[in-house]
Write a protein that binds this ligand. Structure first.
Ligand code: NDP
Length: 486
């Protein structure tokens, strides 16, 4: 019998009111059921919003230093249970255990960073034209913030939203992805373990259509921070604009690397493959296009294919696995059909794109990592996010054409260039339409103390993480105090 989990509302564990459940399964072995979680209703979501509103005044009135201490304690809690959390991530979203440990480490760093942030100034004193006026700015919380999060970083993404949300004085309702509700429950346990005041953090599991929709439309929510698909993100933008509430969207990417003829080709091939294939390309910052300039095309391509063919495909619980199962069957079908379509559009499949069998592969949603060469820049597979282990190699005449191709898609999250030339690097950094720019580095892999986010269709523009997070999670007040008659 699978373990039955509950929602966490107002500091107490509660059953969902529908009595129905969603089951979470291990992508490496779909028979391994992690647990059953409430398929909550809009009433459950609404109760969580009421609880978050009830806790709002006291939490906003708590000093930010004291709020920060809860985050520091949560970081210590996570540290003490880090291996349990890492194993849980691998089991629920399929990620390699090495990368899951990295994700836990990142969540700890985020909690520590924003814990300390509670001691930092949030406003400034500004000279007034009137010497009797004390003129200063302050930042105040937004109120109740809904966090709607995806399955691919089931710990780090909720934490990088909630750590700043909490330290700046907001209360929250989290709806995790239906594929990874267990990590949502483990996050709730973390806050319970550090005695976060009741109602400050609330968890409601259930579908996007029911729970997510209530969080977006309920007037008790003051802001929404979302990571996921462009389609859902656009719906949130429209509804938020209608209600004039603040929204933050992190959506997809179609992240390019440009390889110039003077690059260290071994390094370029190694990093490109790592960016494209680790975690089976299921990162919004994963590399999906290698735009290769001039006569190095054949050499670079064969270096990439050699490396991809050596990658171990297997369950994330095996530390040697680099390519792991994709999240579910729909995702696998999406990868297989995208590769077929890439071929129909004139691309050459050099390796992968099939479904492996035997050797335990039949139990999970594995797909062989694919490399396609000579792909047209406007082909579907070169423009649409596939969210799987698929790399397209696109030839370009020169650096100018390569940048044009890189910028030709609607997305603009992360982009890289491989070159030894300083001018080419800086020219690329200036002209590329991407929120994250790497020179001789992987498009995936970012540090938590700096802003994260994309341009164009990848994001709503406001940045997450680092100092930038305060812009979303607070409002500025400008205060004039005339002391002439006091
Ligand atoms: P979704 O956008 O469908 O899901 C993200 C979150 O939004 C989940 O919690 C989901 O709930 C919720 N949601 C779904 N529909 C609604 C709705 N109508 N109202 C409110 N919330 C909703 O993304 P998926 O996880 O299904 O992934 C689909 C694609 O999105 C991927 O293939 C990839 O292209 C992209 N993606 C991008 C990510 C990124 O980091 N930028 C991360 C993950 C995905 P539920 O799980 O219950 O459906």
């Amino acid at each position: 019998m699978a373990q039955l989990f509950q929602n966490f509302i107002g500091g107490a564990w509660a059953d969902g009111s529908s009595g129905k459940v969603i089951k979470s399964a291990n992508p490496a072995n779909r028979e391994d059921i992690i647990g059953e979680f409430p398929a909550s209703t809009k009433d459950d979501a609404s109760r969580a919003i009421v609880a978050a509103n009830g806790a709002r005044k006291n939490w906003a009135g708590t000093s930010s230093l004291a709020r920060g201490q809860f985050l520091i304690k949560a970081a210590a809690h996570l540290q003490s249970k880090s291996e349990d959390y890492a194993q849980a991530i691998t089991r629920e979203c399929g990620k390699s255990i090495i990368e899951s440990r990295g994700e836990v480490g990142r969540a700890i760093a985020l909690l520590q960073y924003y814990g300390v942030e509670g001691m930092n100034p949030v406003g400034s004193v500004v000279p007034s034209v009137n010497p009797n006026i004390l003129l200063y700015t302050n930042r105040v919380p937004l109120g109740v913030v809904a966090l709607v999060t995806p399955w691919n970083f089931p710990l780090a993404i909720p934490i990088w939203k909630m750590a700043p949300a909490l330290v700046y004085g907001n209360t929250i309702v989290l709806k995790p992805a239906s594929a990874t509700p267990h990590l949502g429950a483990l996050i709730a346990r973390m806050w319970e373990a550090v005695d976060l005041p009741k109602g400050v953090f609330n968890l409601v599991t259930g579908s996007g259509g029911e729970v997510g929709n209530e969080l977006i439309t309920n007037p008790g929510v003051n802001a929404i921070s979302f990571t996921g698909s462009s389609k859902v993100g656009h719906g949130i933008a429209i509804e938020s604009a209608r209600r004039n509430i603040r929204y933050q969207l992190e959506m997809g990417g179609k992240n390019p690397v440009i390889v110039l003829p003077d690059a260290d080709l071994e390094q370029a091939a190694e990093i490109t493959v790592s960016g494209a294939m680790k975690y089976s390309g299921q990162k919004c910052t994963a590399t999906s296009r290698a735009i290769v300039v001039g006569g190095i095309l054949e050499d670079f391509t064969s270096m990439v294919v050699d490396r991809v063919n050596k990658l171990k495909l297997g369950p994330g619980s095996d530390p040697a696995s680099i390519v792991v199962p994709v999240i579910d069957e729909a995702s696998r079908q999406n990868v297989v059909s995208a590769v077929k379509r890439g071929q129909e559009d004139g691309g050459i499949v050099l390796t992968g794109g099939g479904v492996p069998s035997g050797n335990g592969f039949d139990k999970g949603t594995f797909v062989q990592p694919a490399v396609l060469s000579k792909v047209r820049p406007d082909a579907f597979i070169a423009c649409e996010e596939i969210f799987g282990p698929v790399l397209t190699i696109i030839p370009a005449r020169d650096a100018d054409e390569a940048i044009e191709i890189a910028n030709s898609v609607p997305y603009g999250l992360s982009a890289g260039i491989f070159t030894r030339n300083l001018n080419s690097s800086l020219d690329f950094a200036n002209r590329i339409e991407a929120g994250i720019v790497k020179v001789n580095g992987e498009t995936a892999g970012v540090e938590p103390q700096v802003p994260f986010g994309g341009m164009k269709a990848s994001s709503s523009g406001s940045r997450e993480q680092g100092k930038a997070a305060i812009e979303f999670f607070t409002e500025t007040k400008t205060i004039y105090v005339d002391r002439s008659r006091t």
